[in-house]
Design a protein around this ligand. Structure first.
Ligand SMILES: Nc1ncnc2c1ncn2[C@@H]1O[C@H](COP(=O)(O)OP(=O)(O)OP(=O)(O)O)[C@@H](O)[C@H]1O
Ligand SMILES: [Mg+2]
Length: 329
C-alpha cells in the first residue's frame, strides 16, 4: 500500500439480504483515499453511495458484508470485531450519515447529546472537553449557548454545524460525510461544504469522503472524484479531469445533465440521462449502465475490467477508447 493512502478499499461487496434475494448495492468496489484529500463520491440516487458509507462504518442488518477488504492504515476494518471497531469510530474514522439531522433526539439538549455520544466512545466529557467543544462551536460561527438548547430551537444549518462539530471533535483522520448538504438551503450548503475544507486545512481532520448528488459542490471542494453507478465504480480521477475530460458514458451523461458545472457534452445522444438505474435485486454480470448507454455492444454483457488510462485516472468501460477523451465544454 502506498505511503500516502489512508483507506484502501478492495473489491468490497455488500448486499442487502431480503426475502426476494440479494440487493447488490455495493458490488466489487475498489478505491483509495489518500492522506489529506477530499474524495468526492457522486452518482444518481440508488447507486449505492450511502450503502458504501454504511458498509464501512455500521454494518447493520439487512446489510451484509459479502467480501472484500477496507484497509484503514493497513488494518482491515471489515475483519474487525465490534469492540475493536468501536475504538476507531469517532476518534479516528467518523461518519456524518445521511439524515444525521434527524439523529438529534428531540428530548435531549445538545449538550446532553454530546455527553452521551462521547461517553459511548469511552471519553469522559469533563470541563476541558467542553471548553474544546465551545471553541469549535465558535470556529463554525455557533454560539456555545446552543449546548443548552433543544434541537427544535435550532435551524437546519445550525443543526448541521452541531453535527459537524460533534463528528470531528476528536480530530479523526478520516471523515465520511454523506449528503451533509442536501437538507440545507444554498448558503448553508456552501457553508457546510467549505467548513469541511477548513477543518482539513486547520489539521482538525485528515481526509474526507464527501458523498453528494451535487457535482457543482464537489467541483469546488474535492481533490478527486469517484463516480458510482448501480453498485459499481465506473470512473475515478482528479476532479479537473473528471469534469472536463470524462471518459465513461455515464460520467459524461451525468455531467451533461448538470449545466451548473458549465460542461456540455458534444454528442447530442448523451444529453440528460434517459431511463432509470437498474434494479439491483439479484442482478447478474455485465456493465450496469448498458441499458442506457449509446455505445453498448454484446461485450457489455460481461462486467468491464477497470483500467488505468493514466496513473491517476481509471475507468470501467469496454469502449472508452472509441469514446475518446476530447475536452468538452
Ligand atoms: N434496507 C434496505 N433493504 C434493501 N435494499 C436497500 C436498503 N437500503 C437501500 N437499499 C437499496 O440499495 C440500493 C442503494 O441504495 P443507497 O441508499 O446506498 O443509494 P444512494 O446512492 O445513497 O442513494 P441516494 O442518492 O438517494 O442517497 C438501492 O437500490 C436501494 O433500494
Ligand atoms: Mg444516500
Amino acid at each position: 500500500m502506498a505511503a500516502d493512502v489512508i483507506l484502501d478499499v478492495q473489491e468490497l461487496c455488500a448486499y442487502y439480504r431480503i426475502l426476494k434475494g440479494d440487493v447488490k448495492a455495493v458490488d466489487g468496489v475498489t478505491f483509495q483515499v489518500r492522506r489529506g484529500e477530499i474524495l468526492g463520491i457522486a452518482g444518481e440516487s440508488g447507486c449505492g453511495k450511502s450503502t458504501l458509507a454504511h458498509t464501512l462504518m455500521l454494518r447493520k442488518p439487512p446489510l451484509k458484508h459479502i467480501s472484500g477488504k477496507a484497509l484503514f492504515l493497513g488494518q482491515d476494518i471489515m475483519a474487525m470485531g465490534a469492540e475493536e471497531f468501536r475504538k476507531l469510530r469517532l476518534s479516528r474514522i467518523s461518519i456524518i450519515p445521511q439524515y444525521a439531522l434527524d439523529a438529534l433526539s428531540p428530548t435531549k439538549k445538545i449538550g446532553e447529546f454530546v455527553t452521551d455520544l462521547v461517553r459511548e466512545h469511552g471519553i469522559h466529557p469533563d470541563r476541558s472537553f467542553f471548553a474544546k467543544v465551545e471553541e469549535r462551536m465558535r470556529f463554525v460561527n455557533l454560539d456555545p449557548a446552543v449546548l443548552g438548547k433543544y434541537p427544535i430551537e435550532l435551524s437546519g444549518g445550525m443543526k448541521q454545524r452541531v453535527i459537524m462539530v460533534i463528528s470531528t471533535i476528536l480530530n479523526p483522520e478520516l471523515v465520511i460525510a454523506d449528503e451533509i448538504t442536501s437538507a440545507l438551503d444554498v448558503s448553508s450548503q456552501r457553508f457546510a461544504a467549505t467548513l469541511l475544507v477548513e477543518l482539513r486545512e486547520k489539521g482538525i481532520i485528515g481526509s474526507a469522503i464527501f458523498i453528494t448528488h451535487d457535482l457543482a459542490i464537489l467541483y469546488q471542494i474535492a481533490d478527486r472524484l469517484l463516480i458510482m453507478y448501480g453498485g459499481h465504480v465506473v470512473e475515478t480521477g482528479p476532479v479537473e479531469t473528471i469534469v472536463h475530460e470524462p471518459r465513461h458514458p455515464y460520467t459524461q451523461a451525468l455531467l451533461s445533465s448538470l449545466p451548473k458545472v458549465g460542461v456540455q457534452i458534444k454528442d447530442e445522444r448523451l444529453e440528460g440521462i434517459k431511463g432509470t438505474p437498474p434494479e439491483l435485486l439479484e442482478i447478474g454480470p455485465g456493465c450496469r449502465f448498458r441499458e442506457r448507454c449509446p455505445y453498448r455492444t454484446k461485450q457489455c454483457e460481461q462486467t468491464p475490467v477497470t483500467e488505468n488510462i493514466d496513473p491517476d485516472h481509471s475507468i470501467a468501460c469496454w469502449h472508452y477508447q472509441e469514446i475518446g477523451g476530447e475536452r468538452v465544454g
